[in-house]
Structure formats: C-alpha cells, structure tokens
Design a protein around this ligand. Sequence first.
Ligand SMILES: NCc1[nH]cc(CCC(=O)O)c1CC(=O)O
Length: 315
Amino acid sequence: MSVAAPRRIRIATRKSLLALWQAEYVKAELERHHPGLGVELLPLKSKGDKILDVPLAKVGGKGLFVKELEQAMLDGSADIAVHSMKDVPMEFPQGLGLSVICEREDPRDAFVSNTYKTVDELPAGAVVGTSSLRRQCQILAARPDLEIKFLRGNVQTRLQKLDNGEYDAIVLASAGLLRLELEPRIASYLAPELSLPAGGQGAVGIECRSDDEELHRLLAPLHHASTAECVVAERAMNRRLEGGCQVPIACYAEHCEAGLRLRGLVGAIDGSTILFDEVTGPVAEANAMGIELAERLLAAGADKILAEVYGRELQ
Ligand SMILES: NCc1[nH]cc(CCC(=O)O)c1CC(=O)O
C-alpha cells in the first residue's frame, strides 16, 4: 500500500521586501491552518522590478509584476503566487485564477516627509515624489501649486530618495509601510477625499491553477469575505475602464448600512479635471455596482481622458 507524499506548496513571489513579507505571511497562515504542511518560497524577478527608470504607464502591457510568477505556475515550478491586488490584471491566463483574497491592510495612501506633516503644510512649489498618475492627478487637483517629480522603485528605494533630499514629500501606499514596520515614517494618512486609493490597494490575493482542487481547499481559510466583496466592486470598475494602478483611475469600496459604498474617479493627469462619482447598493450587487460606476464616469467624460492616456479609444 502506498501513501501519498504529503503536499508541498511552493509560493512564487517577487523579491522586494514587501513581496517577501506578503509571501511569508501567506506561508505562516497556511502553516497555522494546516500544521505539518510544507510551504516554501520561490523568489523571482519581475519585469516591473527590472525597469525602474520609466513611468509604469509607459513600460507597456499590464501585469508587469505578475507575468513571471504566472509562468512559474503554468510550467509547474510553483503552486501559488501572492500578489498585491492592485497590481493584478483583470484577466488571467488560461488555467490560472484568483483563489482567495486575504484581509485588507489600511487602504489609504500615506504622506511621508521629514519636514511637513500634511499636504496642507507644503509651501507653494514644494516637490512631491510619486510616479502614480492616480496620485499625481489628485494631488495637483487639490494643490496645483505643487510640483510632482518622478519616483519609482520599491518602498525602501523611495524612502532613501526622500532622505537624500530629492523631494519635500512622497506619497506611498500605507499598507506597504505598515507591513514593513515603517509606520513611524508616515507623517499623515491621506483621506479618501484627498487621495482615493487604487482598486485593490492594501489587499493581498492568491493566484493558483484553477483545477487544483486540493489547493483551493487548503487556501480557503485565508479568504476574507468582506475584503473580497470590496475588491470585487473595485475590480469591476477597473475592468470596465480597462485600467488598474498604472492610470489616473481610483476606486475604493467600503461597507455601509446599505451594503457597499463604492467611490470612483478618473482624472486628467495635470489635475485640471477630476470626474468623481459614487454608488451604494447591496453586497450581492458588488460587480454590477462597479460596472455602473464606470459607465457613469465614462458618460461624464472619462472616455476622453482615458483615450488620451491609453493612446486609443475605449471599447
Ligand atoms: N504598485 C506598487 C505597489 N503595489 C502594492 C503596493 C503597496 C501595498 C498594497 O497596496 O498592498 C505598492 C507600492 C505603493 O503603491 O506605494
């Protein structure tokens, strides 16, 4: 009689400290729920990590941070990939899909500066570092007198550039700073009214081969239903607008009395126009709410703004 070898789970991950933190988190959660399960990390380099001198919107192609990880699952060298949900494209390659979405960390953007506490305190002409068109358009809409300066790289690189004096302040996802125990670096949190987050920001998702039933079962306890409900609404809006975290689109869902409140915006990259709208509805309608909000924004002129950003018309 043969006994099946105990299952081992190999996690494909990017090599940045934040990606490794997220992969280690999933490893620890899997081991906590399934004592004796063998879990190991397979760190890989992604295209988004290699090309650091160009704004993400110009590197081209979606899924810059996930392609290599998906290839590893398709060729069988890894079983799961752990992603920041805001970097995950809307469509998955044949045979792969999202299995679970874990509990969300703080979704807000963080204002980081060694001199100033808030955006309001920044003097005219101050230099703010970000390469996110979403952050750029919202900051410029609130403060057209500020200068936005290109800033890419992983969290540590960005903080180093701030400390080198290249910027008066920078804006990052608070989730990354909190996970890496860099909370003291956060001067203040940007309210969603000032900087609406990217869809999926702060949430970690786990992708695997769609037909791996045993794995889905092992991953199930890591699923966080209320986070997933919000992310479904946000991703539905992004899918309709054909965008993610590389374009001037923001969306943020939270639970409210009616079920879900979903806020979204599309901005001209110079901040001269911000199209904002919001919808509320029952949780079961999360996907439809995202589409509805996208349609409203398109009707209000988002189609023209995005056609310019994408260099083509939206379908
Ligand atoms: N696009 C890069 C990226 N992807 C996820 C995070 C932060 C963590 C998260 O949102 O879960 C970041 C860095 C940032 O935007 O500052």
